[in-house]
Design a protein around this ligand. Structure first.
Ligand SMILES: [Zn+2]
Length: 526
């Protein structure tokens, strides 16, 4: 008989077929005699003793020690696939190289970074993390690349291309810090650059370049290609038409799969819209399966780009509509925004007092940890609890802010206005805050007792219609059926009061009126 774990023929005949333990009935065709003579044995006994069944116990299932030639070369159907059960995509198979990347401390770190930061304090279901989103993006990236490959062989998409696209999808968020975008806004200008630095560190620390070679990749070129798919061209030049180094211009469409700079339609968005909607309990009307079904590469202005059918236009409006809806109802929710603002205040106060050991024993703080990937690997949402549970006097101020969050003593919402003109609101509102308004001082209120947050929301391309930046492979003119508004962005100015007793909130209302009057020339009715 053939062992379906390691594909070798059992040398002991006749094999004694006995079920092992009821939990592993699916393996009942293994004979104990075979196992005793087989390299599976060590791993299998490990499995029997192990409550947390982990495929790390089976390195050869990752294609490391066994498997046919096709698997060694990284073909799509793996002999012994690692299958994840994902709430969005169902049972998904990943390439053995992706499993190698997932099973590293640098990737596992994403288990401890909330996908939606402070939204979890508002929506109790929004507890999902960057880890599962990254796996979903890696999977979808492969699906889209494979769909184009089988539909249009003339594009010459290779196995190597598909594998690189999958790795880029998997690793695109490696650079996120605590509470995802909250840390970006505070200390890291662009998390995509952090993702590239962390990818380099991950490959080096885990010695994965030889494994990449084993699966047919050329690390020297392909690591550049993967990083370019995550963060764009590593060096931009004005003289050259084509700034990317990893792949030639004929394969420009590959750069649109994970992070599409042309119109924002990419598999990162497909996954987070579906995943966030599910965990928030908000209905998602965009169907990414249809996009995968209709995606096709066409030439637009001399460059190959991913297009979809004209009949899919409504579906594309749904994509931008659900994105806008999630921003309005969750990402920019006023309680979420004020809680994130308070967490940011606490982080700034705690910054110099948080010590994280990095490479060569050097110490880093909350704000500088992203400069050293060894230190950054240790920095996750856990810093919130570290501050909250600390008894150190130098963290007292930060601790008090976080204690107020968990006991729901958050800054009071005073009101919000829509300015008539979008743009300068942040600057003008900030200027206005510097001076106390009449009667505020008498009531023991200072300008710093107020927080003014400016919220920008749009359909992904400021005031432009993103669907007009898409290309459809029909010659028909777009026939817009719904969600077509003249202006695709709006702005709100929100005022919060740090003194949370009801009597003084009235002054907040006056402040809001002053700010909106002077900043935008708006005359509020009340
Ligand atoms: Zn992402």
């Amino acid at each position: 008989m053939i062992c379906s774990l390691c594909s070798t023929r059992c040398l002991i005949s006749p094999p004694v077929v006995k079920p092992l333990k009821p939990l592993f009935l699916q393996h009942q065709l293994y004979s104990r005699a075979h196992l005793a003579s087989c390299s599976c044995y060590g791993y299998f006994s490990c499995l029997l003793n192990c409550i947390h069944v982990s495929f790390s116990c089976f390195p050869h299932l990752h294609g490391e020690t066994r498997g046919n030639e096709a698997e060694e070369r990284g073909t799509r159907k793996y002999q012994h696939p690692f299958v994840f059960n994902d709430p969005i995509h169902g049972s998904i198979e990943l390439h053995p190289l992706l499993i190698k990347i997932i099973d590293t401390p640098q990737f596992q770190r994403l288990r401890f970074i909330k996908q939606l930061g402070g939204v979890y304090f508002v929506y109790p279901g929004a507890s999902h993390n960057r880890f599962e989103h990254s796996i979903g993006v890696g999977y979808l990236a492969g699906k889209l690349a494979e769909a184009l490959r089988s539909r249009q062989p003339e594009l010459n998409i290779t196995e190597r291309d598909v594998l690189c696209v999958q790795i880029a999808g998997l690793c695109h968020d490696l650079g996120h810090g605590p509470f995802s975008h909250l840390y970006d806004g505070l200390f890291l200008p662009k998390h995509e650059n952090g993702s590239c630095d962390m990818l380099d560190h991950l490959l080096k620390e885990n010695n994965l370049e030889p494994v990449m070679e084993k699966y047919g990749l050329k690390p020297e070129d392909d690591i550049i290609f993967i990083k370019e798919m995550i963060a764009g061209p590593l060096q931009e030049s004005k003289e050259q038409e084509w700034d990317f180094k990893g792949r030639p211009e004929e394969k420009s469409f590959l750069y649109e799969i994970v992070s599409n700079k042309r119109n924002g339609v990419d598999v990162d968005k497909f996954d987070y819209l579906a995943r966030d909607s599910l965990y928030l309990g908000i209905k998602n009307t965009f169907d990414f399966h249809r996009f995968l079904q209709f995606a096709r590469v066409c030439e637009v202005d001399g460059r190959k780009t991913i297009c979809t059918r004209d009949i899919e236009e409504d579906n594309m409006y749904d994509l931008f509509y659900i994105r806008h809806r999630l921003h309005k109802r969750a990402y920019q929710h006023r309680v979420n925004k004020v809680i994130e603002h308070m967490i940011a205040e606490a982080f700034l106060k705690a910054d110099g007092h948080i010590e994280i050991e990095g490479s060569g024993g050097r110490m880093f703080t909350l704000s500088t940890a992203n400069e050293d990937m060894e230190a950054y690997t240790k920095l996750t949402d856990n810093v919130f609890e570290e501050i909250l549970k600390s008894s150190r006097p130098e963290l007292q101020e930060a601790r008090e802010i976080l204690q107020n969050i968990v006991s729901r003593k958050i800054y009071k919402f005073v009101g919000e206005r829509k300015p008539s003109r979008i743009g300068k609101a942040r600057l003008l509102a900030g200027k206005k805050l510097a001076q106390p308004l009449p009667d505020e001082e008498e009531n023991n209120l200072k300008p710093e007792d107020f927080e003014i947050l400016v919220i920008n929301m749009d359909y992904g391309m400021k005031d432009k219609n993103p669907v007009e930046h898409m290309h459809f492979y029909s010659k028909k003119e777009p026939d817009v059926a719904k969600i077509r508004t003249e202006i695709f962005s709006e702005q709100l100015i929100r005022v919060f009061c740090k003194k949370i007793d009801e009597q003084r909130l009235w002054f907040g209302a006056l402040r809001l009126r002053e700010v909106s009057n002077s900043s935008m020339g708006v005359k509020p009715k009340d």
